[in-house]
Design a protein around this ligand. Structure first.
Ligand SMILES: [Fe+2]
Ligand SMILES: [Fe+2]
Length: 219
């Protein structure tokens, strides 16, 4: 399949998945800021450090120079997001300097991403699917923050985090267009995207049930 057609197919599939999120309410009644925001930002820290670590580990095993440098940039972006969220948590009164979000283990999505070795599978699962979901979920999170009255957190997401998550997703589209150019590569990329979507879906359901919010930030 022509690579443009392939990317369009992937995008359509992702958009269908993301459209399902619009049907969910942002928060359950009774949830109040800042306690609820603190819990959600703690989840965001975990997502940021996982995204940064994945990019760092893949950088070492990626021979293509444009990909390697893109991963380096992403690794730094996610680390900066981590730092900003940590600062915001401190402002909200949570002792984030002592908080290690992966002290009790990594997410199923992270563990799945660690099993991927092919360039196009990695791109499809992480930078394409995960970052696409992150951008959508963060848009909902911004709306939730505004509804909850936490305008500084909303501004941090809108002005810094969101544009960079969008750039990570755009990077995947460009790189998949370049490297997913055989039927085998396209088949494995599609399978990896689907597995990533399934795992994200499970996470959202679990986290949403536990926290009473369907507006969960991600990276
Ligand atoms: Fe990201
Ligand atoms: Fe991020």
């Amino acid at each position: 399949m022509d690579h443009r057609e392939f990317i369009q197919q992937l995008q359509r599939e992702l958009q269908l998945e993301l459209a399902r999120l619009d049907a969910l309410p942002l928060a359950q009644p009774g949830q109040s800021a800042p306690a609820a925001v603190i819990e959600l930002l703690k989840l965001a820290l975990k997502s940021e450090i996982e995204a940064s670590e994945i990019a760092a580990s893949w950088m070492l095993t990626t021979p293509e120079m444009d990909l390697k440098l893109g991963l380096a940039r992403q690794c730094g972006d996610e680390a900066r997001h981590f730092y900003l969220i940590q600062q915001r948590l401190l402002e909200l009164g949570f002792p984030a300097q002592d908080y290690n979000p992966v002290a009790h283990g990594y997410s199923p999505l992270f563990r799945y991403l660690r099993t991927l070795h092919g360039t196009v599978e990695r791109l499809a699962a992480a930078q394409f699917a995960r970052e696409g979901i992150a951008h959508k979920m963060n848009g909902r999170f911004i709306a939730y923050l505004e509804q909850a009255g936490d305008l500084p957190s909303a501004a941090m997401y809108r002005n810094v985090v969101q544009p960079e998550e969008a750039a990570h997703h755009e990077f995947a589209i460009r790189m998949l267009g370049k490297y997913a150019n055989t039927p085998e590569a396209q088949t494995s990329a599609r399978a990896a995207m689907r597995r990533s979507l399934e795992l994200s879906d499970e996470f959202r359901e679990l986290a949403g049930n536990a926290l009473g919010s369907a507006a969960i930030p991600a990276s």
